[in-house]
Design a protein around this ligand. Structure first.
Ligand code: NAP
Ligand code: COA
Length: 260
């Protein structure tokens, strides 16, 4: 498995899980592009990836702005050639009861997580290596598990999973595979700082994972790299949980509580 000189574009790649994925490709010799809204965060991520010894560049753009995405993809191809791997993981989340969520708050998360996921894939399509490119969208357990105070994220990520599946059907004939990874709770991420802000809530989350720990960004990165490799060349249209068994539901936590 080698991504030496392959072009890897990571939307939302300046922090957290997505930067962890970028690092794993970078250490395998890939040329990595990161994109997010904030120029300083883009510059810091590019410097970090270059510091690992590889080639990296970045673009400040919002996944809600289609033309900006399209321009970034085109500039990537001009510099380095067609995109071999597209990781799409830009997202926004906050914890709020549905009764207190404004229409614009709901729309904001739909626009970033669902419309943004489509925008990234659609803008990339003309610039992907065909055949051979691989897309990995970053989903979440909320896409299948109704989760209180997460009505916006549940709706957006469920929709994004269907975008993954339909694109896999339509773009498979072009030689483009489209899959998703659904991470469980991952340590040291903004997502979990928002969902588990206290030691007590962090403990409760841990107890709901059959492996009884949070995952690491590297564990997600390694699976993403494998999913884009020749070793996974017949996998198309899956949403793969990488979550220590979290998606299996509440039975594990209940069993633990019964014997606690
Ligand atoms: P994070 O560090 O906040 O990553 C989000 C990234 O997206 C940042 O680079 C952010 O940079 C960028 N971004 C946000 N809004 C954007 C927009 N409108 N346009 C372009 N870029 C945007 O969060 P994370 O917790 O690692 O989450 C990363 C992904 O994993 C998300 O898709 C999330 O749903 C998924 N996930 C996370 C967990 C977890 O345990 N953390 C579990 C399951 C799934 P800027 O602020 O500079 O734009
Ligand atoms: N609770 C309730 N509503 C909230 C909220 C919160 N914590 N945060 C934002 N909103 C609402 C705002 O009130 C606004 O709605 P309104 O116009 O009806 O008042 C709407 O959401 C948009 O807010 P705004 O701050 O303008 O959005 P933004 O586009 O600047 O930022 C967010 C997007 C809100 C998702 C922001 O949290 C973000 O940038 N997140 C990225 C990092 C992240 O979430 N990481 C974890 C990934 S899983």
């Amino acid at each position: 498995m080698s991504f030496q000189n392959k072009v890897v574009f990571v939307a939302g790649g300046t922090s957290g899980i997505n930067l962890g994925i970028a690092e794993v490709f970078a250490e395998d010799g890939a040329r990595v592009v990161v994109l997010s809204r904030n120029q300083e965060r883009v510059d810091a991520a590019v410097a970090h990836l270059r510091g690992m010894g590889g080639e990296a560049m970045g673009f400040a753009a919002d996944v809600r702005q289609y033309q900006a995405l399209s321009d970034a993809m085109a500039a990537t191809v001009t510099a380095w050639g067609p995109i071999d791997v597209l990781i799409s993981g830009a997202a926004g989340n906050f914890v709020v009861p549905a009764a207190e969520l404004s229409a614009n708050g709901f729309k904001t998360v739909i626009d970033i997580d669902l419309l943004g996921a489509f925008n990234v894939m659609r803008a990339a399509l003309p610039h992907l290596r065909k055949p051979g490119a691989s897309i990995v969208n970053i989903s979440a357990p909320q896409s299948t598990q109704p989760t209180p105070h997460q009505i916006h994220v549940c709706a957006a990520k469920a929709g994004a999973d269907q975008v993954t599946r339909v694109a896999a059907m339509e773009w498979g004939p072009m030689g483009v595979r489209v899959n998703a990874i659904s991470p469980g709770p991952i340590a040291d991420t903004e997502g979990m700082r928002r969902l588990a802000p206290t030691p007590a809530s962090e403990k409760a989350w841990t107890q709901s994972v059959p492996l009884r720990r949070f995952g690491t960004k590297r564990e997600i990165g390694l699976v993403a790299r494998w999913l884009c490799s020749e070793e996974a060349s017949y996998i198309n249209g899956v949403v793969l949980p990488v979550d220590g068994g979290f998606a299996l539901g509440g039975s594990s936590a209940q069993a633990h509580n019964m014997h606690a």
